[in-house]
Every structure is written in structure tokens, then in C-alpha cells.
Design a protein around this ligand. Structure first.
Ligand SMILES: Cc1cc2nc3c(=O)[nH]c(=O)nc-3n(C[C@H](O)[C@H](O)[C@H](O)COP(=O)(O)OP(=O)(O)OC[C@H]3O[C@@H](n4cnc5c(N)ncnc54)[C@H](O)[C@@H]3O)c2cc1C
Length: 310
């Protein structure tokens, strides 16, 4: 999947739309912890028909520490769960047919009191209002849940297991997510090399200037290192080994390499780098989100550091 996504994201809207969905999309991995019926009803059509999905963890009270921040409640009433609360920055909640929502089912239990639910977009009481951000694709939303009823069978996994599923989701997602960072960086790097070869200033092509060569050489080293970091982590995850630290390393490094490589590519292109005729300005904007979404860089550094002292 990482190999394919690196290739699939090498186009103008690749970071949030690898292959434009023509090869299917990947649902939030927590759904694989669901029942056979849930997988057949939700996960299979997502892959088969290329449906968009959403996952709603972050709330106004914060996203870095969901165990402490989640305040949305789910209360069992007969054969239904009733959800009340607010989520913010839920990407695609306004146009995806279904998604996963994390809510507190037991106030007293802290981390063990959070559960995961499947929610369909048309459910009464569910509203999603787009939030304008630096990127214009995969629009995030302010989501309100007001007495939103979901059938009991929409609970994913066991009650109180939601946060474990969320972390499983985030860990497994981080390799394909990182592969998209890498793919877009590879595309930007390729454009920068081509431009440096054909653009001349002061009587010589940019490719002959050491200042430019060093930018491109550094990018080449970082891209190769990034690829191995992603593949090693994905390989560990495939073998069923604990890949939490590898996921943080891949996400942290790929998002920061992406930022540096695109920044150099923009610089080498001069004014064209920030012109909307080229994809670079779009990648530059979208790349900035990658150091915040799916856990900010600081939180991944914290996870890595904790593993060193454990
Ligand atoms: C465009 C976009 C799309 C998103 N899509 C989704 C989505 O689909 N679903 C979803 O659930 N969420 C989504 N998010 C939310 C994202 O996951 C959160 O923004 C992220 O987890 C950080 O949470 P926060 O913004 O509340 O920042 P906070 O948790 O308030 O943290 C603020 C800043 O403090 C710093 N920080 C935090 N903790 C530490 C620490 N321990 N040590 C040092 N520094 C620290 C970091 O620099 C961080 O950026 C999206 C965000 C964006 C911008």
C-alpha cells in the first residue's frame, strides 16, 4: 500500500486524494475491529466504490490528547445509543456518507470510558459545517451531535475499547499517510531538478550553482531515508509487531521532509513556485497541515522520547 500510495500521490491534488480515489479508498482502520456485518455494510463499499469517509476524534477541547479531551457523550437508551457533543476539524464530514465517532460512554472511567460508533451522515441531529483552512481539499468540519440516535449494532468493538481502536487506527494509518507525504515530495523534487536544468541566470543554468545543488542533494538524501523509514515501519506492522514508535518516526520525519523539500522546490522555481499555474503552492499549503494533523510533531517526538527512556 505504501509503495502504491507513493506513486498515486504524485499529482496536483495527491496529498489528500491519491489516485483521485480510482483505486478505491481506505476506510478508517478501526472498522476492521467491527463485526462481519459492519465490515460488509461499510468497509467493503468504501473500497469497492471509492467512497470518502470521516473519523471524528478531535473536539474543541483539543486533539493532541484525546483521552483527556473527549467530552462527547453516548448514552444507551433501549436498543439505541444517543450521541451528544461537538467535534471539530472532522475532515470530509460534510460529504462522506459515513464515518466513525468517538464518544464517552462512561464518565468515571477516563481512557477506558470512550467508545467508537459508526455514524451515517444523514442521521437526524448530525450537522457538519465546513471550517475554512489553509487547504481547500478534504475540508474539515465543525460537527454537532444533538440527540443523534444510532442503533446499538453501530458500536464498533467493545464498549470502552474506543481509544485503543483509535490508536490502532492512527498507528496503522500513519504509514500510508507518510507514503503520501513522500510521494508529493518526490514529485516536487523532480520538478525542481527539471526547472534547475532549464532555467539560466547570470549566464549559467541554476543546476550549475552550488547553492541550488546543495538544496537538491539534501532533498535527495532525505527522500531516500524517508522511504526506508516508512517501509521498515510498514513491514513491522504487516508482521503484526508493535510499530507505534515506527509510526511516529515515519509520520514525524515524512511530514518535516515534505515541508523542507517543497520549500526548496518553491524557492528554485522563483515566482512560478508561488503561482497557481504550478502545483507547488498548493502542496506548500497542504504540507503545512501535515505537521499538525494526525498528531503534531511535538507529540510524535514525545512518543519517540518516551520509548527511549522506557
Ligand atoms: C486541516 C485539518 C484536518 C483535520 N482532520 C481531522 C479529522 O479528520 N479528524 C480528527 O479527529 N481530527 C482532525 N484534525 C485535528 C488534528 O488531529 C488536531 O489538530 C491535532 O491532533 C492537534 O490538536 P489541536 O489542534 O487541538 O492542538 P492542541 O492539542 O491544542 O495542541 C496545540 C499545539 O501544542 C503543541 N503540543 C501539544 N501537545 C504537546 C506536548 N505534549 N508537548 C509539546 N507540545 C505540544 C503542538 O505544537 C500542537 O500543535 C484536523 C486538523 C486539521 C488542521
Amino acid at each position: 500500500m505504501c509503495v502504491a500510495l507513493e506513486e498515486m500521490s504524485q499529482h496536483r491534488m495527491g496529498l489528500y486524494n491519491p489516485g483521485c480515489g480510482v483505486f478505491g479508498r481506505y476506510p478508517p482502520p478501526a472498522i476492521w475491529a467491527g463485526s462481519k456485518e459492519q465490515i460488509a455494510k461499510y468497509a467493503v463499499p468504501t473500497i469497492r466504490d471509492g467512497l470518502k469517509t470521516f473519523f471524528a476524534i478531535t473536539e474543541p477541547s483539543g486533539g493532541s490528547d484525546p483521552a483527556g479531551a473527549i467530552q462527547t457523550r453516548a448514552e444507551k437508551r433501549g436498543d439505541r445509543w444517543v450521541l451528544n457533543g461537538r467535534k471539530v476539524f472532522t475532515s470530509r464530514a460534510h460529504d462522506a456518507p459515513w464515518g466513525l465517532v468517538w464518544a464517552r460512554t462512561d464518565k468515571a472511567k477516563g481512557r477506558g470510558g470512550i467508545s467508537c460508533f459508526i455514524l451515517e451522515r444523514g442521521t437526524p441531529g448530525f450537522t457538519a459545517k465546513p471550517i475554512k483552512v489553509i487547504r481547500t481539499s478534504a475540508i474539515p468540519n465543525d460537527v454537532t451531535l444533538e440527540d443523534c440516535e444510532v442503533p446499538a449494532e453501530n458500536l464498533v468493538g467493545a464498549e470502552g475499547q474506543g481509544l485503543d481502536l483509535a490508536f490502532d487506527l492512527l498507528v496503522k494509518n500513519r504509514f500510508p499517510y507518510s507514503a503520501c507525504n513522500l510521494g508529493v515530495a518526490v514529485a516536487a523534487h523532480r520538478m525542481a531538478i527539471a526547472h534547475a536544468k532549464q532555467r539560466s541566470t547570470f549566464g549559467a543554468p541554476l543546476s550549475q550553482r552550488q547553492a541550488i545543488q546543495w538544496m537538491l542533494a539534501d532533498a535527495e538524501v532525505e527522500l531516500r531515508a524517508c522511504r526506508w523509514i516508512i517501509w521498515e515501519g510498514a513491514w513491522k506492522a504487516d508482521r503484526g509487531e508493535d510499530a507505534r514508535v515506527e509510526a511516529s518516526i515515519a509520520k514525524l520525519y515524512s511530514s518535516e521532509v515534505l515541508g523542507r523539500v517543497i520549500d526548496s522546490a518553491v524557492q528554485i522555481h522563483g515566482a512560478y513556485g508561488v503561482s497557481k499555474e504550478f502545483p507547488l503552492e498548493r502542496w506548500y499549503r497542504e504540507a503545512r497541515v501535515r505537521r499538525i494533523g494526525e498528531g503534531p510533531s511535538e507529540v510524535h517526538r514525545m512518543v519517540i522520547a518516551r520509548s527511549l527512556f522506557r
